[in-house]
Design a protein around this ligand. Structure first.
Ligand code: C5P
Length: 219
């Protein structure tokens, strides 16, 4: 039984990887499964929220009652997220957004030219969706509560604290390793202005429900 802690609230979640085109048939992406973000969307809905889920390319079913917007690139994710954030009470950024994209995407498939030379790719930085939303008037004035995620290979607590300050979010959630891409289990480290606490290892849906309860307490 989930108490309806978020009844009347609008929750926005980003999830999954982004895909950045090189040409019409190729691109770069990462191994995010989207499972944590989808579990959070489901848990927020169970808690009574109106939930919008902006999803990169993933193979997951939409949680019942959740409005899903499918996107591919970081820029598409930002374009879908910003207007939804303007209406939301909570923004939870779980997406593994590509830090860089190819500076130009070829409009035709790049062909081998027979010389044995590989094409040179130049990259450009993608927008930081969480930092952009967290800097918006709605977030700065406290009407939109923003939550960031961090996946680190080492010194999780220190990196999570630093990331919380850098992104200017009240709550930063660290994925406690080992790397959990695609896994159904994880453990979370919650870092806020008061300090740190752990949500012990368990299925992502259980973690998501615990995180939703923590967020509800802070609204
Ligand atoms: O800086 P880093 O990518 O490690 O930060 C991770 C957090 O920031 C996650 O919450 C992720 O969803 C968000 N993020 C974002 N847009 C980016 C990069 C990260 O929203 N371009």
């Amino acid at each position: 039984f989930q108490p309806r802690r978020l009844a009347g609230k609008r929750v926005l979640v980003t999830a999954g990887p982004t895909y950045e085109a090189i040409d019409p048939v190729r691109g770069i992406t990462n191994l995010s499964s989207g499972k944590m973000g989808f579990a959070i969307a489901r848990a927020a809905r169970e808690a009574g929220a109106e939930v919008t889920l902006v999803a990169g390319p993933v193979a997951l079913p939409t949680p019942r009652g959740v409005t899903r917007i499918d996107v591919r690139s970081a820029r598409e994710m930002l374009a879908a997220t910003e207007p939804a954030a303007a209406q939301a009470d909570v923004f939870i950024a779980t997406a593994a957004v590509a830090d860089w994209r190819p500076a130009t995407a070829a409009d035709q498939k790049i062909k081998k030219d027979g010389t044995g030379q590989a094409p040179q790719l130049a990259f450009t930085e993608n927008p930081d969706i969480l930092a952009t939303v967290a800097a918006s008037q709605r977030a700065v004035s406290g009407r939109l509560f923003c939550v960031g995620f961090a996946a680190e290979s080492h010194d999780l607590a220190a990196h999570a604290r630093a990331k919380r300050e850098r992104k200017r979010v009240p709550l930063l959630v660290g994925n406690i390793g080992p790397a959990t891409f695609g896994a159904d289990d994880n453990a979370l480290l919650l870092v806020d202005a008061q300090g740190e606490r752990e949500i012990p290892r368990g299925p992502k849906l259980a973690l998501a429900r615990a995180l939703v309860a923590e967020v509800a307490k802070r609204l």
